[in-house]
Ligand binder design. Structure first.
Ligand code: BGC
Length: 891
């Protein structure tokens, strides 16, 4: 037994002790800890049992299994039963064959099986006043439990959005349940542990039901009822008593319904709540529901029910306003100091019948007035009517707002102080990054990128969180996925969303512009947007070593390639159909959103790139024949690309930054032509005074294309550029999130235009990926994905003295940082987690490494180092896990 060698942080499907798991072979992962360098796992043993003493009820025991795999081990024991808790523990052996102790016991619990539903869909048909919005409904039932409860689970979902309460208390802190999926195909069931909320004897359950994405306004053409006319709830409570017996209770025709105080609730528009209509006690067991209406049973399928896959949406963070002020036009406004997504929770003490109103805006206009022009039709308005019986607190139920500024009416100004709190709401993804440099503006940019993710990962990846869109735009998600996976654990998030993408794909393989698909039927299949079908699963595979997502998505990926192949009459070129092109690029013609790079060039480039990723996917999945076919297809597309878009001497025929960035990033040029193409790209940027012109499509690849070919100072120049257009321009204009347009606010303070000007659009935040991968230099070896083998290659620049980043991978924290000391020596500090290895390139270190010290010892004598090799980029040091500090003078 080695005291230094431990198994920690057990996960099942990425989660700690999850409930309601639907996977029949859920994957188990753990981390290893050791104080010794180079620690590796040589074998593991997993035990799974329905009893936490692992004695009589083992369902799986792997025995000592020789393997260095410590992530994504699929459960391989007896078939799992629904609604059952499985305990598991892990023991691991290190390279010296020393065993760890058993890990702490973790568990997962399976969800309800589709076949086990006895509950019925219930809906309330209550009259709504002519012309008035349909209020949210309250549904309830009371029941009695015959004895002390040892365990109780509530399984629930809804058509619409719901919140469920047990004896007056929320079943848990999940918000926006059941989440947004392709409702016609997939509807998530939530599992709640309500053991501690139930009582022996009388109990009550209440459900609030709102429109949400199912039935409320969606899209900019003001459509409603996109998935159906009727909201409905489905819930089933399973109670286990101390004596081992069980009771099951579900939604049925004994439930009662009533309208309530929530008169209007819409994702875009906000809520109207009349506290005078509150039905006191409706959530409690003793409540008399005599005046309540019976519910109706809704005949609706249960075949679409799936277990919740994504992390739930929750209130993650609270923000206090930084100031209160009156605008030139007389509005009373709170400034949250941060463009945020969620809502304001407020407490007011105003006379009965007083209308308190909150409007939400992202920015103030040039004059400093409250500005909501860019929200288009989204009202983002909270209206609260007081009961007048003392201080009362309100926060929305089923609506979220994207805002920094809040205009308040109906409340004396002094009541605003301390009583209005910003509640930040998003999918509860685990944060996994740190990033810091010697440049404060760059640090702010990084913060803005992370805020863009917080604001736009509310159950699905959205374009923006404020105007009448908030849709799952595939292109935006594709552009940002790699950065997102650095910032937070987004594997469950994309696992879910990609299943919806597959479910919504057209029979011919076309991919809708937005997932879930709520636009017109012909809104599908733009290049770089549809490629989300391939790029997103591949990225999750690379970042987390998750091969199951490739298995799950393989057919969808194939269908997308098949779709592109069948377009037009040359199967190797994609030169037909509608494309968004290099969306909102600065080289667009006056009045157009579409940049100058030809759309068929972009389409063919992405066709090649996605085909290459699919070929690699087929290799990973051991589908050799498929792989060979896609490899050949890829070669032909590249050939066709060269014939059509590249001159014989290797110039890209379209002289745009984006055309060159794509051709270089996707390896579309002949190898001998690439250095010259990179120099042409660098020239274009120089001719443009060190500024970019790229839009959504070119921007993610621009800095990569430069730095890969040695133009690192030019890449840093773009990142550190402060003049318009640039990332730091927006930072200097006071941005706290990423803007949709480089010129969202122009140098003269005016706006780009009302019709399409989001100040929280993460697409250009995709530069995050370059900052981590190139500036700090943390990358996975593509052959050993998920950071099983790590490449560390920091990139120095004279414009910064320090860059430091860390990423919490499946194996533990990876850190990389470099610093230039005042005497010009360089420090590179790295941390490599146990059970992984790395190749670290020390930039500017040359020769045999004789001048390099590691934590004060000459490199040759340092422990944990496996090999040292010179390379053009610097000294390459191969090493095992541990924390290392290299110091050297550059050559
Ligand atoms: C969205 C984008 C999206 C685009 C399609 C816009 O309305 O906000 O981010 O990708 O349409 O071009």
């Amino acid at each position: 037994m080695s005291p230094n060698w431990n198994v920690t942080d057990l996960r099942c499907e990425y989660k700690r002790n999850p409930l309601g798991i639907g996977e029949r072979e859920p994957r188990l992962s753990w981390k290893l800890k050791s104080s010794e360098r180079g620690a590796r796992q040589s074998a593991y043993q997993v035990q799974v049992s329905t009893d936490n003493d692992f004695q009589s009820a083992l369902t799986w025991d792997t025995g000592k299994t020789a393997s260095d795999q410590s992530v994504h081990i699929p459960y391989g024991g007896d078939p799992v039963q629904p609604r059952t808790r499985y305990y598991y523990r892990v023991k691991a052996w290190n390279a010296q064959d020393e065993a760890s102790d058993w890990s702490e016991t973790a568990y997962w619990e399976t969800g309800i099986d589709r076949s086990e539903w006895t509950a019925q869909w219930i809906t309330a048909k209550l009259p709504t006043a002519e012309g008035a919005p349909e209020p949210c409904h309250q549904l309830r039932t009371a029941f009695s439990l015959k004895g002390p409860v040892v365990s109780a689970r509530l399984y629930a979902t809804a058509l619409g959005l719901y919140r469920v309460y047990v004896n007056g208390r929320p079943a848990d802190d999940t918000l926006f349940a059941p989440g947004w999926t392709s409702y016609k195909h997939r509807l998530q069931v939530q599992t709640y542990d309500v053991t501690s909320l139930l009582l022996e004897g009388a109990n009550a359950i209440g459900i609030m039901l709102g429109n949400g994405w199912f039935k409320g306004n969606l899209g900019w053409v003001d459509e409603r009822n996109l998935y159906g006319e009727d909201r409905a709830a489905l819930a089933q409570l399973h109670v286990r008593y101390a004596d081992g017996s069980e009771d099951v209770l579900g939604t049925d025709d004994a439930w009662k319904a009533s309208a309530g105080p929530l008169l209007m609730s819409e994702i875009y528009h906000g809520e109207t709540y009349d506290a005078r209509l509150e039905t006191a006690g409706w959530l409690g067991a003793g409540y008399d529901d005599a005046g309540w209406a019976p519910v109706d049973i809704l005949d609706y399928t249960k075949e679409i029910l799936v277990a919740q896959e994504n992390d739930p949406t929750r209130a993650i963070q609270e923000i206090r306003p930084v100031s209160r002020f009156t605008t030139p036009s007389g509005d009373l406004v709170l400034d949250m100091g941060q463009n945020m997504v969620g809502w304001v929770r407020f407490t007011v003490d105003v006379p009965a019948g007083t209308t308190v109103q909150l409007n939400h805006a992202e920015v103030l206009d040039k004059e400093g007035n409250f500005y909501i022009g860019n929200l288009r039709k989204a009202k983002q308005t909270i209206t609260y009517i007081s009961r007048g019986d003392g201080p009362a607190t309100y926060e929305p139920y089923f609506s979220f707002q994207g805002f920094r500024y809040v205009r308040v009416t109906g409340v004396p100004a002094e009541q605003l102080d301390g009583n209005f709190v910003g509640v930040v709401i998003h999918t509860d993804m685990e944060p996994t990054s740190r990033f810091r440099t010697s440049n404060e503006l760059l640090n702010k940019l990084q913060s803005n990128i992370v805020w863009g993710q917080k604001g736009n990962f509310l159950d699905i990846p959205t374009d923006c969180p404020q105007r009448d869109e908030r849709l799952g735009w595939t292109g935006d998600a594709q552009v940002f996925v790699r950065t997102a996976a650095f910032n937070m654990n987004v594997a469950p998030f994309f696992t879910k969303w990609l299943k919806d993408l597959a479910a919504e794909q057209l029979p011919d393989g076309g991919v809708p512009f937005v997932i879930p698909h709520v636009l017109k039927p012909d809104s599908h299949s733009s290049a770089a947007w549809g490629d989300a079908a391939v790029i997103c699963p591949w990225t999750i595979y690379e970042c987390y070593g998750d091969t199951r997502i490739l298995e799950n998505q393989y057919e969808s990926m194939q269908k997308w390639i098949g779709y592109m192949r069948s377009q037009g009459d040359n199967e190797y070129l994609w030169n037909t159909g509608f494309h968004f092109g290099d969306w909102v690029a600065l080289d667009a013609k006056e009045g157009s959103y579409i940049g100058a790079t030809p759309r068929d060039l972009i389409a063919t480039a992405f066709y090649a790139y996605s085909t290459q990723l699919l070929a690699k996917t087929a290799r990973v999945l051991n589908k050799a024949e498929d792989a060979a076919g896609y490899e050949e297809l890829y070669e032909r597309i590249v050939e066709a690309f060269r014939q059509e878009f590249v001159t014989p001497n290797g110039r890209v025929a379209s002289p745009t930054q984006t055309a060159y960035a794509l051709a270089l990033a996707f390896d579309l040029l002949e190898e001998r032509h690439r250095p010259r193409a990179a120099s042409i790209l660098a020239e274009y940027i120089q001719e443009n005074k060190g500024r970019l012109t790229t839009g959504f499509v070119g921007t993610p690849y621009l800095c990569h294309a430069l730095s890969r070919y040695g133009y690192t100072e030019q890449a840093y120049g773009l990142v550190l550029q402060q003049e318009y257009p640039s990332w730091l321009y927006s930072v200097l204009q006071g941005a706290t999130t990423i803007w949709e347009h480089w010129d969202g606010i122009k140098p003269d303070g005016t706006f780009w235009s009302d019709d399409m000007n989001s100040f929280n659009h993460y697409a250009y935040g995709s530069i995050g990926d370059w900052l981590y991968q190139v500036a700090a230099g943390i990358e996975t070896d593509p052959e050993r994905p998920g950071y099983k083998k790590i490449r560390i290659a920091p990139t120095l620049t004279s414009s910064l003295t320090l860059v430091e980043a860390a990423h919490d991978s499946m194996y533990g924290e990876i850190a990389s940082g470099w610093e230039t000391l005042p005497d010009g020596r360089i420090v590179v500090a790295v941390t490599i987690p146990a059970n992984t290895e790395a190749v670290v390139t020390l930039p500017g270190a040359s020769g045999t490494g004789s001048g390099v010290h590691e934590s004060g010892t000459p490199l040759a004598e340092a422990s944990g180092i496996l090999s040292v090799q010179p390379s053009a980029a610097g000294l390459q040091v191969e090493l095992g896990s541990g924390t290392y500090r290299f110091e050297y003078a550059t050559a």
